[in-house]
Design a protein. Sequence first.
Length: 561
Amino acid sequence: MSIISDNKIHSIISKVGLVEKEILDASLKTAQEKKEDFVTFLIKQNLIKAEEIGQLIANNLHVRFVNLAKEQIKLEVLKLVPEIVARKQKIIAFRRDEEGLKVAMNNPFDYDMVKMLEKKVGDQVIPYYATDYDIKNAFGLYRKAVQQEYATQIQEHAVRAQGSQAEDISVVSLVDDLFNYAYTNHASDIHIEPTEEEIKIRFRIDGILHDVLSLPKNILNLIVTRLKILAKLRTDETRSAQDGKIVTKVEGDKVDIRVSIVPITKGEKVVMRLLAAKGQEFTLEDLGMNNRDLGIVSRAISRPYGMILVTGPTGSGKTTTLYALIKIVNKRDVNICTIEDPVEYELEGVNQIQVNPKTNLTFAEGLRSLLRQDPDIMMVGEIRDEETADIAVNSAMTGHLVLSTLHTNDAATALPRLLDMGVEPFLAASTVNVLIAQRLVRHICLKCIVSYTLSETEINDLKKMVDLDKFLDTEKLKDIRLYKGKGCDKCNHTGYVGRMGIFEVLEVEDSIRELIADRADSDKIKVAGQKLGMTTMLEDGFEKVVSGQTTLDEILRVTRQ
């Protein structure tokens, strides 16, 4: 509960005229409808700066104010308040000097909390007001503190593992800390790469690989052996590739780790994919789908039969989109079954099958088995071959809703791809309801976001790629401001935090069905889709650039891949 009401905040801002009354009224209504903190909503919409509103509220309350974004908070000061207490009470210890411990609070009048902190730290505590927005951003520093601890521990374990009598214990701890370190960094993959002199540890974060650690080369065999034991692989086999799985707990969460070990010239290289058993429950809105596309997909997912295909390269978020679709239809009165490789997240109320080639449980065989399970909705992780394509299409024809993925570059190319797999044109035309093509782009870090204007050369290059008239008043293009992150502690100086999707959603209407029946190529299908209002991925991406969600460089990076 905020110390000051939304209506009072509205009144304070109105008096100083920082935001136009009509916009302020509409913002208050929207924030209350979304049950979102009003101040946070205003800051996120770039209607007011965090420092401006924070100072206004502090002045009104007659208390000290701190802008945490400008504070260089030492980790030893931060950790004087345990993270669990900080998050629950919304407080951040930000400085300690001759006056005492200075603490940012969303309620600086909570004297019981102040007294408790004074007793704990043995020093005077001086409360300052800070916005919820500022305090929540500062919580990321706790993660940074944990990350530094893991990095230090890994290096210490590595040193102890070199010839010490406790080498087994050290390597066990090193591997455990490596999992923890990756998890706290939100890494999707861990790469352990031997070079001539050392071992390079790299994490894939938000789709980009980062060097994070270097370890002594002479402990490579110890690390690889430990991973082989955990993954139940042969420890005496070093000359052939091996794949396995580790199930472990990291920070209290169950995590599946897919392990791939291959011999290279410098030793054995390991790549591990981290899959949290309980994935984040994204909605299509969270993923970044616009209102037009949401409407099309919502209509398609509410139909009792047919096929929805999601396309894109590996790592483009296809499975996450399928899970978001399943979340919409996951009710007790329907039977949902999936066949996946791998099962990335556990979905409550959904029957999930893991592909296992060793027992001949392929996508095709699994799909046949699912049809005998009285399903209403089926998800096939990927259509890889003619047999799977044939069964999936026929299932969609006989009263089932089928969700699946294909590896194609855009939505229109998926239809000719199905025909190449031996699906009859009339079957493809009558079963496929919607095609979704997507890529993942990194989200600008809101803590260090800055704006800039385009140069003449950039404007001319952009005009060649995008129909700018759809998004902007091209006469005022020189004055249009785009956004980027300049880099800060929160985003590890990358300028980005998290990812979102850019989408291309093609609804298969009658004109598209006629083209499929005539075996038209993807270019004709794409043109027909655009006439029906389809937004290409590049256009959807540029819309997100203009709205300050991502950068032009990101859109060009992923759409040119």
